[in-house]
Design a protein around this ligand. Structure first.
Ligand code: PEP
Length: 254
């Protein structure tokens, strides 16, 4: 089953109203492959979601960068999945390594969030990835499998999930995984899905790579058979994001 190339832009905690308007204008004016070739989702900070929703072209979708683990209520500072749905935001990024490491989000907590977000009708970009220490200790697959297993135990269907493999050592560091390193982990994740979930889920779930993707390295990464797209941080704030979106054509020209 063909997996549509997916490119997500994670704007993280960046931007002002003017800056956001400039990025959206740049995206709106860009020429990119059609929707049947690539799915594009941008993820602004919460406060800019309505603005981006009002201005962004209709063939690009929007993701929030996080949401609360349960129904809203007395949880100061949190944003609930219901609020995102109410706002018409279809996607949410969950389990990003910055939240796992800086805010102490555990595998179980992330998995609970994924389960709850899906139950409310959101689509989820679920992030997994190892630290440099874990890679050097040879435990990359164990780490990403444990993160994926926690999620698998909390959900009943995978249709609305994109799995983002984001090695922590490659995020925001300029140190990108080699195409071979990315492919190896993506294959490992697909094998894990096949063994512990189903072969159908393994072949249909999109596994995207994230970690210092830019205009110069995206084509070679996109050419890997199990790399189904990207989650892009720093470069998603720049015109080179369009070049990354265009790397989807590497797949369609197979
Ligand atoms: C990210 O934040 O998901 C990410 C991959 O960041 P960067 O592209 O800046 O490494």
């Amino acid at each position: 089953m063909a997996r549509k190339f997916f490119v997500g832009g994670n704007w993280k905690c960046n931007g002002t109203i003017d800056h956001v308007k400039k990025i959206v204008t740049m995206l709106n004016e860009s020429e990119v492959p059609s929707e049947d070739i690539v799915e594009v989702v941008v993820s602004p900070p919460f406060v800019f979601l309505p603005l981006v929703k009002a201005l962004l072209r209709s063939d690009f979708a929007i993701a929030a960068q996080n949401c609360w683990v349960r129904r809203g209520g007395a949880f100061t500072g949190e944003i609930s999945a219901e609020m995102l749905v109410n706002l018409g935001i279809p996607w949410v990024i969950l389990g990003h390594s910055e939240r796992r490491s800086l805010l102490g989000e555990s595998n179980d907590f992330v998995a609970d969030k994924v389960g709850y977000a899906l139950s409310q009708g959101l689509m989820v970009i679920a992030c997994v990835g190892e630290t440099l220490e874990q890679r050097e200790a040879g435990s990359t697959m164990d780490v990403v499998a444990a993160q994926t297993k926690a999620i698998a135990e909390k959900i009943t269907h995978w249709t609305n999930i994109v799995l983002a493999y984001e090695p922590v050592w490659a995020i925001g560091t300029g140190k990108v995984a080699t195409p071979a390193q990315a492919q190896e982990v993506h294959v490992g994740l697909r094998k894990w899905l096949s063994e512990y979930v189903s072969s159908e889920v393994a072949s249909s779930t999109r596994i995207i790579y994230g970690g210092s993707v830019n205009a110069a390295n995206c084509k070679e990464l996109a050419a890997q058979p199990d790399v189904d797209g990207f989650l892009v941080g720093g470069a998603s704030l720049k015109p080179e994001f369009v070049v990354i979106i265009k790397s989807a054509t590497v797949k369609s020209s197979d």
